[in-house]
Design a protein around this ligand. Structure first.
Ligand code: SF4
Length: 334
């Protein structure tokens, strides 16, 4: 079984400078000419989110992808997300601006290793279901019983996984630990994690909190437990947006997730100030974000334009997409 998500990160040659506004106009024209819809994850650059027809978290974009009517979908995000779009809307041409936009979390759980571990557990007589976070390759999804996102994980674990089954949760150990805490269900945790959320330092966060009196910490459940323990609000990107928008009083939020999330937060709740965590704190209290996802950063306006022009790179249908599709549909769309 080929795991399409395992791709090395390589340095790219520096291209010629192109004016972002010209690129955005060109993308708009190409989008119409090529009958395409652009989906962009909250973690890609704000200017790509501006040219997109839909922006959102993994769950929202999966649902949007299933409903797209144009013949082509450009998925500005990472590989597993484009795979999900393809499996949910198979007749469409799904383009990913850079095929090497992978995901460290997805890569931490290769399909062959998961299959071997499941086999071992079964041989030991363990009666379990496998619950996978959506940040997994299609090959891994095809080996699972349920797919969850940070938005619906609690509900699936509490209401859909039979109580008499053990749970093997892959690949994010931090989200898994958080789910054990909020649902009270024991789980076998796969030892994976996201390179971006893993870098948050408790020391930096406490320092940022002290130097920003009255600030509110919002954290993604992919963050390590010590960060979640000091967070005032824990939720996936869509819930973060809703939470901040529901507060009218201007507030300073310290945001513990990928730094590009600041952009949709500012759009949804302009009355607040959003500060990325961690930051390199200067004497004046300013921070500079060092929590960008290198995979998401592979998406650029020029690559979105180029993939529209060339009709590639394309996500090709794989034999295991059928099984993965069944699991994703049952988990996220029904
Ligand atoms: S932020 Fe983490 S989980 Fe999200 S795509 Fe990047 S590496 Fe994967």
């Amino acid at each position: 079984m080929r795991d399409n998500n395992l791709m090395p990160i390589v340095d790219e040659p520096v291209g010629i400078y192109e004016d972002p506004l010209d690129l955005m106009d060109e993308i708009d024209r190409l989008k119409k000419a090529k009958d395409a819809t652009i989906l962009a994850h909250y973690y890609v650059d704000g200017e790509i989110q501006d040219v997109a027809d839909f922006t959102g978290d993994s769950l929202q974009l999966a649902r949007d992808a299933a409903r797209v009517e144009t013949s082509t979908i450009v998925f500005s995000g990472v590989h597993f997300m484009a795979e999900t779009a393809k499996m949910l809307n198979p007749s469409k041409t799904v383009l990913l601006p850079d095929l090497q936009a992978g995901c460290s979390l997805s890569d931490s759980c290769p399909a062959d290793q998961l299959a071997a571990y499941q086999k071992k557990l079964r041989e030991e007589g363990r009666d379990f279901q496998t619950v996978a976070y959506i940040n997994t390759s299609a090959a891994v999804k095809s080996l699972c019983d349920w797919i969850v996102t940070s938005g619906n994980a609690r509900e699936v674990v509490e209401e859909r996984v039979p109580k008499d089954k053990e749970i093997l949760f892959v690949p994010d150990q931090h989200l898994g630990r958080y789910l054990v805490e909020v649902t009270g269900r024991e789980m076998i945790l796969w030892p994976g994690s996201c390179m971006v959320h893993e870098v948050f330092s408790l020391q930096d966060l406490i320092r940022a909190k002290k130097s920003t009196p009255g600030s509110v910490v919002i954290a993604h459940p992919e963050c390590p437990q010590n960060i979640l323990e000091v967070a005032d609000f824990i939720g996936g990107t869509e819930r973060m947006k809703q939470y901040c928008a529901s507060i009218q009083e201007p507030t300073k939020f310290l945001v513990a997730t990928e730094a590009n999330m600041i952009y949709p937060l500012e759009n949804a709740a302009p009355q607040h100030e959003f500060i990325p965590v961690p930051g390199i704190m200067t004497d004046t209290g300013e921070t500079c974000a060092c929590n960008r996802c290198p995979h998401m950063a592979r998406n650029t306006l020029a690559k979105v334009r180029d993939c529209l022009k060339r009709g590639k790179p394309e996500i090709e249908w794989q034999p295991y997409f059928d099984k993965a599709r069944e699991v994703v549909t049952r988990s996220l769309l029904q």
